[in-house]
Design a protein around this ligand. Structure first.
Ligand code: 5AD
Ligand code: SF4
Length: 447
């Protein structure tokens, strides 16, 4: 028997990509691949790329450049190294990748990962470089092993939805990930049960536009994400449910009510608004105003008063004036975020905003980003400081860096460091919070 082939994946970007990398690993494990320790060690190297912001493609090409000597050394020693580019850069650039970097063997978009083992096989046979960036008619969820079988972490991700129909004017996702597709409720529930049987106690439902998820419940009743959350909450042994990422316009009444009525639904919500000026929101094609968003936040907080919010923001969208930017600061002050991600606008080729004449100069973007981040940083620090002196349930997720230390997760998604026995892995324990870092808390196990 030949030795198992080795696989090495570099993952860029979002949680969806982390999950996709695990699914590619599972699909390739079924074809006889094992995880390698390094790219040097691997027969197949996959760059699972992200295209959402900034010079993503350039980063990929420079990483490919670094792989070139490794591959040459391996081939000189009689070995082999196939190189695959996956993810959104693969989807967006397609054959262009082969033109610029002919040593690439496989270019595979997010809709075609289940065909990866066959593609690798064909390339290895000498059939030449393989490209697959089609959006298939078939349901790719049918083909991919869903959950990675080997992992035993107490917290898991579960994809319930992929793609996006919103077409925000700055965003590549609708082009690289395609139209919104929801997985059927029954499949999600059975996979969740499987995860729980394997020791998972916290599930985060994933989707580019997760709260647009829709499906059918028993008797053909139309279900929204709130119904799915309620059904998941019935699973014994599942203690915590989260979901990400949401669009404000898809926060329907049923989902907001679930925040009030389902204790397992954690009090933390990532709800990007992007900007606070109605003029810019309109240009971004967000289809809501700042006031709509504030009203929505008020309703969510009425349903679950201890909910912590996080958001995404873009500064320097084409046409953004100082007054527009100040409207973003005003909105941030009104909402009060526990954490947030903020970015300078970067033109993504092929999106409507990329060709706008009124691009904001780089130094202006940088200056606005610094002001926004300083405000968001103050809010985050205030939220963190407010946790000190409180006692909260913490899910113990993994060993810490020091002996005798474990790391867990608060209901508000903060990492919590504490002295604890490894036997507590997967348990939810009461912890008294005694100190804070930027993103993490330190605490003591309460007897
Ligand atoms: N420029 C800057 N930020 C962007 N995002 C998406 N596209 C762009 C872009 N072209 C940000 C948005 C989104 C997050 C995932 O990335 O804030 O919510
Ligand atoms: Fe992109 Fe999110 Fe807008 Fe969809 S809703 S286009 S993923 S920013």
């Amino acid at each position: 028997m030949s030795a198992p082939r080795k696989l090495w994946i570099k993952t860029y970007g979002c949680q969806m990509n982390v999950y996709d990398s695990e699914r590619m690993s599972s699909a390739l494990a079924a074809a006889g691949y094992e995880q390698g320790a390094s790219p040097e060690d691997a027969d197949l190297v996959i760059l699972n790329t992200c295209h959402i912001r900034e010079k993503a493609a350039e980063k990929v090409y420079s990483d490919l450049g670094r792989l070139r000597p490794l591959r040459a050394a391996k081939e000189a020693a009689g070995g082999r190294m196939q190189i695959a580019v996956a993810g959104c850069v693969a989807q967006a650039e397609g054959a262009e990748i082969l033109r610029r970097q002919p040593m690439v063997d496989l270019v595979v978009g997010p809709q075609a990962y289940h065909r990866l083992p066959a593609m690798a096989e064909r390339a290895a046979r000498g059939d030449g470089p393989q490209i697959d960036t089609d959006f298939p008619e078939e349901d790719k969820f049918d083909h991919l092993p869903q959950a990675p079988k080997a992992r035993r972490a107490p917290a898991a991700f579960l994809t319930v939805q992929e793609g996006c129909d919103k077409f925000c004017a700055f965003c590549v996702v609708p082009y690289t990930r395609g139209a919104e597709v929801s997985r059927p409720a029954a499949r999600i529930l059975s996979e969740a049960r499987e995860l729980v049987d394997r020791g998972v106690v916290e599930i985060t439902l994933l989707g580019q536009n997760v709260n647009a998820w829709h499906g059918e419940g028993p008797g053909g009743r139309a279900w929204g994400l709130g119904d799915l959350v309620r059904a998941l909450a019935e699973i014994e042994g599942l203690a915590r449910i989260r979901y990400t990422t949401s669009h404000p316009n898809d926060m329907d009444d049923g989902l907001i009510a679930a925040h009030a009525e389902v204790p397992k639904l954690m009090p933390y919500l990532h709800l990007p608004v992007q900007a606070g000026s109605d003029r810019i929101l309109k240009a971004m094609n967000r289809r809501h105003t700042a006031a709509d968003y504030l009203r929505l936040v008020a309703r969510i907080r009425a349903a679950r008063p201890d909910i912590a919010l996080s958001g995404d923001f873009i500064v320097g969208f084409p046409g953004e004036t100082e007054a527009d930017f100040e409207a973003t600061l005003t909105l941030v002050r009104e909402v009060g975020y526990a954490s947030a991600f903020s970015f300078k606008y970067s033109a993504r080729p092929g999106t409507p905003a990329a060709d706008a004449a009124s691009q904001v100069p780089e130094p202006v973007k940088a200056e606005r980003l610094a002001r926004l981040q300083s405000l968001l940083g103050e809010q985050q620090a205030a939220f963190q400081a407010g946790c000190v002196g409180r006692e909260m349930p913490v899910l113990i997720e993994k060993p810490g860096r020091h002996a005798g230390q474990m790391v867990g997760r608060s209901p508000w998604l903060q990492a919590v460091h504490l002295a604890a026995d490894a036997g507590l892995l997967g348990r939810i324990v009461p912890v008294a919070i005694e100190g804070v870092g930027t993103n993490s808390l330190a605490g003591r196990l309460v007897a």
